[in-house]
Design a protein around this ligand. Structure first.
Ligand code: TRP
Length: 374
């Protein structure tokens, strides 16, 4: 069809220009509409910019989570990270939002590091590397300020005693043909990957098992993970658990033309471990929606709709709606030149990074408080 450009979204690959409305239709999720936003606002007072700006745009059963909450039945949060490299700014989006939910709803968070998944999936990564990245990435999670009393980070390879008991019960209800269809596995997929969806599903039920009663689970995550939860939701009632609820984010844009930030293209992403000079250079080299010359820019204006520099403001670096719309207008009418805009963004990125890096250093002293062991 004319208006449907090609894109791919799987847990292991996001490519092309993502049509989020189409994803909602294909994955069978619900858009986050104004009614739901108003309902959230009753509990949170303010709306996080990620909600106002529809960066979190889709959900399953979030309204049910609120029903439960309003009936004094507390939920817990579950999210995670596949530790295949250093953390980039895009990874922080769901985590920042998870922190907001933890603060507003006073909830526990279980955070899974899938060192096993990344080892199994990536031919180039050794198990030692994914384990080391898991500990490295945990520093970024902790740096965001999660409450150590309510936040439990675990590595699959190290917390397996608890995970395994739930995972095998789960796996008994999932056939190869189900995961083949859901994840695109085939006869050449290694058998570790084929079992792995049970391991990612298990934490949905952790607190219910640990505390011996059903506890609702809410998963904030980028939408590429939703296929895992689809399978988890099918199996949950068979094990006597609630179906996990989900709230989905869009992908943080690449600094290059189109697509999301990617760890495999280091110039397209800013890593939390980048030096300030590296970060500045990446911003300065970014693609923009600007014209070829200053003269043309002043005459025709730029195009913020395709501009990573503008997207950066939109996603993370300008939470003030009025100032953001000024940027938008000044770009459109040619008053704001790309060089100037990049200069400004580079400064915001560097401020953010230097602050985050300090917190990341401090996290090294308290990481033990967060890591769950059995
Ligand atoms: N598979 C995810 C990834 O590759 C990691 C993950 C595990 C996760 N459990 C999760 C992500 C729960 C979001 C929510 O990044």
């Amino acid at each position: 069809m004319e208006d449907e450009r090609e894109f791919i979204v799987t847990p292991w690959e996001v490519r092309g220009e993502v049509d989020y409305d189409k994803l909602i239709r294909e994955f069978g999720t619900m858009p986050i509409n104004d009614d739901l936003l108003n309902r959230i606002k009753k509990h949170t007072n303010d709306l996080h910019p990620f909600l106002r700006r529809k960066i979190f745009f889709s959900h399953r059963d979030f309204d049910w989570i609120l029903d439960k909450y309003e009936n004094n039945e507390k939920f817990f949060l579950y999210t995670g990270r596949g530790p295949s490299g250093h953390t980039h700014l895009g990874h922080l989006i769901p985590w920042i939002f998870t922190k907001y939910l933890q603060d507003k709803f006073d909830t526990e968070l279980y955070f899974q590091m899938t060192d096993d998944e990344k080892f199994l999936h990536n031919p180039e990564l050794s198990l030692n590397e994914t384990i080391n990245y898991a500990y490295d990435n945990a520093l970024d999670v902790i740096a965001l300020g999660f409450d150590p009393k309510k936040t439990f980070i675990f590595l699959d390879t190290e917390y397996m005693k608890t995970i395994y008991k739930i995972a095998i019960q789960f796996s008994k209800h999932v056939t190869f043909s189900t995961v083949k269809a859901a994840f695109g596995f085939n006869s050449s997929t290694n058998i570790g990957m084929i079992f792995f969806p049970s391991i990612q599903a298990a934490p949905c039920f952790f607190p219910s098992v640990l505390k011996g009663k059903n506890i609702p689970c809410l998963i904030p995550a980028a939408i590429d993970q939703s296929v895992y939860w689809r399978v988890a939701r099918d199996v949950a009632p068979k094990l006597g658990f609630y179906k996990p609820a989900e709230i989905h984010s869009k992908f943080f844009p690449s600094l290059m033309k189109g697509g999301k930030m990617s760890a495999s293209e280091p110039e397209s992403a800013i890593f939390t471990t980048d030096s300030l000079e590296q970060a500045e250079r990446k911003v300065k080299n970014a693609f923009t929606g600007g014209q070829a010359t200053i003269k043309e820019q002043k005459e025709k204006g730029g195009n913020p709709e395709i501009c990573p520099v503008y997207f950066y403001d939109y996603f993370l670096f300008d939470f003030d709606d009025k100032s953001l719309s000024e940027t938008y207008n000044n770009c459109k009418n040619g008053c704001l030149l790309c060089g100037e805009h990049k200069e400004r963004l580079a400064k915001s990125v560097k401020d953010f990074l230097s602050d985050h890096q300090k917190k990341r250093e401090k996290a090294k002293n308290i990481i033990d408080k967060f890591i769950l062991r059995d």
